[in-house]
Design a protein around this ligand. Structure first.
Ligand code: NFS
Ligand code: SF4
Length: 656
């Protein structure tokens, strides 16, 4: 559903912005108090149609050149660039930027790992030795009879190559199913180090270099794979090694996790190290006493966005909301400090924070925001930063002036389904394997697996597309894996509980009830999409579902995406063999050669392909049709007689 544009007289009704009741309540409070949010700005900001179609090039100063998407081949740029070149270059640069964000984050984790291994950092340690050994073994490092330090040192050296390697394949290419890898080699897209791939991508998209959309797309895939099987995967694995591999844990989400009588601290961002240190700081006795001396009952810590999603699944720290709720949470007036690190931090937060005299604290040298307070975080002395944030929060608590109104909404769920746990959960301790999952797909109880991920975007009604889509998928026996802001939408809707199995189709319901698992599995942050890649590889390895990821009855979707990181994730899923559908808008003009390449030709080359739809039921239809197509190709269509529910069936169910 598209948001109506605001006219002079008419204010967009809050219920058109979001289906999150807490966020709606806060937008209303904000309006009363004259505070504007990204929802209002989106309603007032008409998206540039040429930009939205990616038909504008400003890669050199003979331009900018704007082509008409209504008549895509009627004109070329000053240099002669066609619309396919222009769109492909813009798409490529989004991938380079999105991939850079994830891989730079991953590199930060590798830096931290190195300093922990060589003993220079003492505040963190290797927490999960089993995971360390498993990751080392997966890339051929000897573990038998060796010390943790020896294994970790070798692992560090290997994983650093993910970023810096000039020639040859990145280490985790070893984890890719052989047939998938063979196809990458055939097309010359096995990534070298991410630095090299991103550099080459930027070079090739400079004016007058790569002007063949299909060749640009190859480098798009290579760069994106350097993220998915590289930077992001390393970020996930190192974070597990240092902070623990998630296993299912009961969690609380939504703004009701704030406590009026406590000092409330929100951590919003992407890197788990600062958050981990903050957990230590809020448990510091002297700080708890200081909070009590200031009249608080204690210190209450909650996360938002992706690092929030990571500590949610590792430690069960409550989560206050996803991307489109970060301004809203400040409007409660109850936040005594919001500390941010990198990525998805709206500059608009500064103004909202100011209105409620909440300190907005930047902590990372890469991300400063004009008007925010900067307290730099340093892995070598992490508590110096996080203790100071707590002190600032206590001071603000003492001087609270803002009118406080905390929405009562608190939802519970069970999250933390790492791929290791999926293995264990379905197979049991002694026969941990993906066999039961594959068996249930083969026998048709589970129709297929969908990854539903990504952001929320004020151009569509917050959470609505995620929730409607996922409901439709599980109703049709599709098991859903979730990361990032999407899983918070589903948790708020109560779909990440084992009890939500009653909303699933009969086959999936039976599996969920037998195992005691929710039909919607929350697995972590956006870099943890790498867990989905590993799960897909395990499904291939286990057998019975084809030889490559492209054979699996799976599909992916980011129905409310907004970031360049999401485009990069989409491209690495497509290059890995997954049909990937995006919602909101797609920055490529339909009917062009480049569009056809992404939406059709890639599949014939042995990859996945892109899809696009705005309506959640239409997205579900596309994904389920694809899953059924793959089932048919595997000869698994015979057993399943049930057909996809249509609108009429749905109405009959809704009416019942
Ligand atoms: Ni992912 Fe995380 Fe959320 Fe989108 Fe932003 S927080 S890395 S980009 S908005 S899901
Ligand atoms: Fe125009 Fe070509 Fe320069 Fe782009 S690279 S701005 S299309 S002249």
């Amino acid at each position: 559903m598209e948001i109506k544009k605001k006219t002079e007289k008419e204010e967009v009704p809050v219920k058109d912005f979001t289906t999150c009741d807490a966020t709606a309540q806060m937008i209303t409070k904000g309006r009363r108090e004259g505070v504007e949010t990204a929802f209002d700005r989106a309603a007032n900001m008409k998206a540039c149609p040429i930009g939205a179609d990616s038909a504008c090039c400003k890669h050199c100063f003979m331009g900018p050149c704007r082509l008409n998407s209504k008549d895509p081949y009627g004109k070329v740029g000053v240099c002669g660039a066609t619309i396919d070149t222009i769109m492909a270059r813009n798409f490529a640069r989004a991938i380079a930027s999105g991939g850079a964000a994830h891989t730079d984050h991953g590199m930060g984790m590798v830096d931290l790992f190195r300093e922990v291994v060589n003993g220079k950092i003492k505040d963190y340690e290797i927490k999960d030795v089993q995971k360390l050994e498993a990751v080392a073994q997966s890339i051929g490092i000897e573990t038998e009879g060796r010390s943790v330090k020896e294994i970790a040192t070798d692992l560090y050296k290997e994983l650093e190559r993910t970023y810096t390697q000039v020639e040859g394949e990145i280490p985790f290419a070893k984890r890719v199913p052989p047939k998938t890898l063979e196809n990458w080699r055939k097309h010359g897209i096995v990534p070298r180090g991410a630095m090299r791939e991103i550099m080459e991508m930027m070079h090739r998209t400079h004016m007058g270099v790569d002007q063949d959309y299909a060749n640009i797309t190859k480098q798009c895939s290579r760069t994106a794979l350097a993220d998915g099987w590289g930077g992001s995967m390393v970020a996930t694995e190192i974070s597990d090694i240092l902070f623990g591999t998630p296993s299912p844990i009961s969690i609380e989400v939504n703004m009701g996790v704030l406590k009026e009588d406590h000092v409330n601290i929100i951590i919003h961002g992407h890197e788990p190290n600062m958050f981990e240190s903050m957990i230590a700081s809020v448990h510091e006795r002297t700080l708890i006493e200081a909070a009590k001396a200031a009249g608080a009952k204690g210190i209450n810590l909650a996360g938002m966005c992706c690092s929030g999603a990571e500590v949610l699944v590792r430690h069960g720290i409550p989560h206050a909301g996803n991307f489109m709720s970060t301004e809203a949470v400040l409007i409660t007036g109850a936040v005594d400090a919001m500390a941010v690190d990198v990525q998805c931090i709206k500059q608009g937060l500064v103004k909202v924070a100011e209105c409620y005299n909440t300190p907005l604290i930047t902590t990372n040298p890469r991300c400063r925001i004009e008007g925010a307070t900067h307290v730099e975080f340093n892995d070598h002395d992490p508590k110096a930063c996080t203790d100071e944030i707590v002190i600032k929060a206590i001071t603000r608590f003492k001087n609270r002036k803002a009118k406080i109104e905390i929405p009562k909404n608190v939802n519970v769920g069970v999250h933390g389904f790492s791929h290791e746990y999926i293995n264990y959960m379905l197979g049991g301790t002694f026969r941990g394997s993906y066999t039961p999952l594959n068996d249930n797909i083969i026998n048709g109880r589970i129709r297929g697996v969908a990854g539903v991920v990504g952001c929320t975007n004020p151009r569509v009604k917050q959470d609505w597309v995620h929730v409607e889509l996922v409901k439709e998928l599980i109703k049709n026996d599709v098991l859903v894996l979730q990361t990032g802001c999407s899983q918070i939408a589903l948790a708020k809707a109560g779909l990440t509980t084992p009890e939500a199995a009653h909303l699933a189709g009969p086959g999936l319901k039976e599996v969920c009830e037998t195992v005691g698992m929710p039909p919607v599995l929350g697995i972590g942050s956006c870099v943890d999409n790498s867990r989905i890649l590993i799960a897909a590889s395990e499904m291939v390895r286990t057998g019975g579902l084809g030889d490559s990821i492209a054979d699996l009855p799976v599909a992916g979707c980011a129905p409310e995406y907004m970031s360049e990181k999401a485009i990069c994730i989409g491209q690495y899923f497509v290059a890995s063999g997954v049909y990937t559908v995006f919602g909101v808008t797609f920055p490529i003009v339909e009917g062009t050669k480049f569009h056809k390449h992404l939406f059709e030709e890639l599949e014939t080359m042995g990859f996945g392909k892109w899809g696009f739809a705005v309506d959640p039921h239409e997205i579900a239809r596309l994904m389920i049709n694809h899953i059924d197509k793959k089932r048919k190709a595997l000869g698994l269509d015979k057993g399943r007689e049930r057909v996809l529910m249509d609108m009429q069936d749905r109405r009959a169910i809704d009416a019942a």
